[in-house]
Write a protein that binds this ligand. Structure first.
Ligand code: ADP
Ligand code: F6P
Length: 498
């Protein structure tokens, strides 16, 4: 690796590639799962910078290396830290709290210690590679202490943080025994980006209610040790995808031919329904299967005319709630196929694998109806990918109102996944609407997604970070900050919202 200091440093829990060790001991690199990597990979391809993150396996970190032009700086996690920091605190404490407690959150003090220790390690790794005055862009809920830790070591750098998942209402956030440390960790940043306006507002409200900090609109006033105050801005900057790149890929003869081939291998059904998700309880896969099963039982749809393809990417497989979800989903798929499949065709095609970008684009192109039905989702890039691949102007997107994507894609076939009857009605409409209605909706959806692609998102985030007030007094003194409402960290609901 030639360079060792960078003007732009990204820190995310995962590197864009995961190290995979085969049974014979040989190692290779595979693209990491999830929306963060999809988005940031595209952003970083056009920029020179460093990416600090975990390489996906236990033990010593591999030496820094370059992958597709990007300098990657691996951070080590021991097997115990993977259990306590990643599977434990990040995905069994924070993830449920930040997703409406769909499953109960688990609290362990030793998980918190591991989270703090690993956040320190990330902060050190960032400071090691950040050039004087660099821009540091920290990502997601796994690294919420890093902004303050970097600020303490490197007051010269500009610090931004973006949350890829929802930020919870104060009533849920208040359950966290370490809520004050997390808020102060985040307030080390100059600018905080969220998926939705409601997420940014939840954060500002938590600062006021739980920390008694003064707030004004999107701004939070933070007292410094020297008696001065600093202003931190928290605002919505909804994430997106590489629209041009994906559409170009979907238009290639190879991807189009593969889409035809996929339909043929499914027996050329009249309608193909598709779901693409990490196997995560937030994604509403159980609710979706239930609605589909009931539509089959009511004889509203019947194989082989209709088939449902569910791609369920393996995810966090050692966390109990994920293990239970997998068992339940696979049992339901078995039941549905037992009841409705026949020799030569299935009612549900269930695929528990990761695929390349070409295959994903071909699947999107082959699907008449895309089912995106999360119970809660920060954004959901799959919804944006589906409409981007439908350059033919056809296809129907069924979209949960509990996704960030819904706020930009209201012309979708919108559903409440908790309402099974309602979801059945929406799916039926998406399957039966006349082509002109479907196409009109798709046209608007495609226009909306094109209007905010991932480059635009990155530009908006970095621009907001660049213009964030830095020193005390930088912010315009146009109107006084709202005074804290009397609540304290021990009494979060003592006050009222202003
Ligand atoms: P999350 O970040 O929660 O996983 P998103 O929908 O925002 O959810 O992003 C998921 C990303 O992962 C998308 O880019 C999607 O295309 C990709 N993806 C999902 N499942 C697979 C799979 N089985 N193989 C390859 N890519 C996948
Ligand atoms: O944004 C949610 C997120 O946790 C991202 O950090 C990541 O892109 C994705 O989900 C996948 O999760 P994990 O890194 O736990 O496999």
């Amino acid at each position: 690796m030639g360079r060792d200091s960078f003007d732009l440093v990204i820190a995310a829990n995962r590197l864009p590639v995961d190290k995979v060790t085969a049974p014979d001991g040989s190692t290779s690199w595979r693209r990491s799962p999830g929306g963060l990597v999809t988005a940031m990979d595209a952003v970083m391809r056009d920029r020179e910078g460093a990416w600090v993150g975990w390489a996906g396996d236990a033990g010593e970190a591999p030496p820094p290396f370059v992958d597709t032009g990007m300098a990657l700086f691996p951070v080590a996690l021991s097997a115990q830290e993977i259990a306590d920091f990643y599977e434990g605190f990040s995905n069994d404490t924070l993830w449920p709290i930040y997703h409406d407690v769909i499953v109960p959150a688990t609290f362990h003090r030793h998980w918190w210690k591991a989270y703090s220790r690993v956040n320190e390690r990330f902060a050190e790794a960032v400071c090691d590679v950040a050039a004087p005055g660099a821009t540091v862009w920290i990502h997601d809920y796994q690294l919420q202490l890093v902004p303050a830790l970097v600020r303490a070591r490197r007051p010269d750098v500009r610090i931004g943080w973006f949350n890829h998942i929802p930020f919870p209402p104060v009533e849920l956030f208040a359950q966290l025994p370490w809520r004050g440390d997390i808020l102060m960790g985040l307030l080390g940043a100059d600018f905080l980006g969220f998926q939705r306006k409601a997420d940014a507002e939840n954060f500002v409200r938590a600062c006021r209610r739980l920390m008694s900090l003064g707030t004004r609109g999107e701004q939070v006033r933070v007292p410094e040790q020297d008696g001065t105050t600093r202003t931190v801005r928290a605002a919505p900057v909804p994430i997106s995808i590489d629209v041009a790149g994906l559409e170009t890929l979907a238009r290639t003869p190879e991807v189009r031919a593969r889409a035809v081939e996929i339909r043929e291998s499914l027996g050329n059904p009249k309608k193909v329904l598709l779901g693409v998700d990490r196997l995560d309880y937030t994604k509403g896969i159980r609710h979706r299967l239930k609605a589909y099963q009931e539509l089959l039982r009511a004889d509203v749809i019947r194989p082989p005319d209709v088939v449902f393809v569910q791609v369920a990417t393996p995810s966090r497989e050692r966390v109990d709630a994920y293990r239970e979800l997998r068992t339940e989903v696979e049992r339901t798929v078995g039941q549905i196929n037992g009841e409705f499949a026949a020799i030569g065709f299935s009612a549900v095609e269930y695929l528990h694998h990761s695929y390349g970008r070409e295959e994903m684009a071909a699947l999107f192109l082959a699907a008449d109806v895309m089912l995106v039905t999360p119970l809660r989702d920060g954004m959901n890039l799959v919804a944006k990918e589906y409409v981007t691949c439908r350059f033919d102007g056809d296809g129907a997107l069924v979209l949960s109102e509990f996704t960030g994507a819904y706020h930009e894609m209201r012309q979708a076939y919108v559903c409440n996944p908790h309402d099974i009857e309602g979801m059945k009605r929406v799916i039926t409409t998406a399957l039966t609407d006349p082509a002109p209605v479907r196409r009109r909706r798709m046209r608007t959806l495609r226009r909306n997604v094109r209007a905010n692609d991932v480059q635009n998102w990155a530009h908006r985030f970095l621009n907001a970070l660049e213009h964030a007030p830095r020193r005390p007094g930088d912010e315009p003194p146009d109107r006084p900050f709202d005074q804290p409402d009397g609540a304290t960290a021990d009494n979060p609901v003592g006050g009222h919202d202003t």
